[in-house]
Design a protein around this ligand. Structure first.
Ligand code: NAD
Length: 391
């Protein structure tokens, strides 16, 4: 193994464990006196979990300013609106942000925490990669605690927030090393109420992140070591979590794997599946995890010949036992296809709402940070052909 130089960034504190959400007030007190709380799950609100957490924060002497995330992946207008709303409270040095929700709510909160302390840009759009004015964060965001309630994106451990726009259409990141949440509180019990379909989509997002970051051209050694563990845990757990949402060990495995996938992607980048997933999200409104899952097997086939050794290692990590490395890689890709099938992921783009004439828009919209990590170059013509063959 050749060791190149690397950096590793991750949250300063990770608190993981079933039921440990009760520790949120004590953790929040280490960051500030006033909490801007963003809630991303109506289900957890309806069943009283959010009220319990708010009461806990207040009983600990914290002032709590609450907002609900919209029920869609975050858009430029959502970030700008919530930034305006919370700015009217007057930002103080002992303020902090808590997001309790899926990747959408966590990303929205990460972006707003950054915009509140960086008011020089008017709109978050001016900070987004490839579409804005190229502005960068001059100040640290408000310190943040991320409490994921889906097991998939790993956004709780990453340095970016993915923000969409539909006019003009783009799905791009606000990215800065300053944006990694200070504290991550992962209580897998919070994911028990996630419906089966969302469990499948989000879980496949984590698995795609673990695999793509492992074979990325920006892959780094510590995330690679973590990815093997994450994949070993998620591989058998995802279908159990989908078929029985109350399966505690499956939920724990998926939450841990998702967290690792975030650490991995923040330090190693991703690949073609995620590049195209962003385009599918904005042009065909395909949920992020579903888009990643549909793109994973074709991406592996595309990369197969340049990443034989790594894919054979992943095959062995999940217990696929052929001796011949070529057979091992083929077997791994077939096993990924089977896993997608078992959790209900379609294979054709037309089955996830893509119109054939949209393919020529998807190709340029797939360019960006994720695609640049793909281990094999993806010329636009190759991508057009691949997407046509998948339609
Ligand atoms: P999501 O946050 O959009 O949530 C999906 C649905 O599940 C929503 O309706 C939500 O309300 C619901 N939900 C959340 N928690 C629940 C619970 N405990 N019980 C019942 N329902 C619950 O989905 P996601 O896949 O977690 O996040 C997707 C977003 O994250 C996309 O915008 C994607 O681009 C982004 N993302 C960001 C990063 C990053 O590093 N910042 C990485 C990957 C993906």
């Amino acid at each position: 193994m050749i060791l190149n130089s690397y950096n590793l960034l991750m949250p300063a504190q990770i608190v993981f464990g079933w039921g440990r959400r009760t520790e949120l007030p004590a953790l929040a007190k280490t960051l500030g006196q006033r909490v801007f709380l963003l809630i991303g799950s109506q289900t957890l609100a309806r069943q009283g979990t959010i009220a319990e957490l708010v009461t806990g924060l207040q009983q600990a002497g914290l002032e709590v300013v609450t907002a609900y995330a919209p029920n869609h992946e975050p858009e430029v207008g959502d970030v700008d609106q919530l930034t305006r709303d919370w700015s009217t409270c007057g930002i103080q040095p002992d303020d902090c942000v808590i997001a309790i929700g899926g990747g959408s709510a966590i990303d929205l909160a990460k972006a707003v925490a950054a915009m509140l302390t960086n008011p020089h840009g008017e709109s978050v759009q001016n900070f987004l990669e490839g579409v804005g004015k190229g502005l960068t964060l001059q100040h640290d965001p408000l310190p943040m605690i991320a409490v994921p309630t889906t097991a998939g994106t790993g956004s709780e451990a990453t340095k970016n927030a993915v923000i969409s726009s539909y006019a003009p259409p783009f799905k791009k990141s606000l990215r800065s090393d300053r944006m990694i949440p200070r504290i991550v509180l992962v209580d897998p019990e919070l994911t028990v109420t996630v419906p089966a379909t969302t469990t499948a989509y989000t879980g496949m997002d984590a698995i795609t992140q673990l695999i793509e970051s492992y074979i990325s051209r920006k892959a780094a050694p510590i995330p690679q070591a973590l990815c093997l563990q994450g994949l070993q845990l998620a591989w058998p757990a995802i279908s159990r979590a989908v078929h029985d949402g109350s399966d505690r060990s499956a939920r724990e495995a998926m939450s841990h794997a998702a967290l690792i996938s975030g650490i991995a992607l923040a330090n190693s980048g991703l690949g073609m599946a995620h590049g195209v997933a962003a385009a599918l999200g904005v042009h065909a409104k395909v949920p992020h995890g579903l888009a990643c899952a549909v793109m994973l097997p074709p991406t592996l086939r595309y990369n197969q010949r340049v990443k034989q050794e790594e894919l054979a290692l992943l095959a062995r990590a999940v217990g696929l036992g052929w001796n011949d490395p070529h057979r091992q890689v083929e077997g791994f890709i077939e096993a990924v296809e089977h896993l997608c099938h078992v959790v209900g992921i379609p294979t054709r783009l037309r089955d996830i709402g893509v119109q054939r004439e949209q393919i020529s828009d998807l190709v340029p919209a797939s360019q960006g940070n994720s695609l640049s990590g793909n281990p094999r170059d993806v010329p636009p013509g190759d991508l057009q052909d691949l997407l046509e063959s998948m339609w």
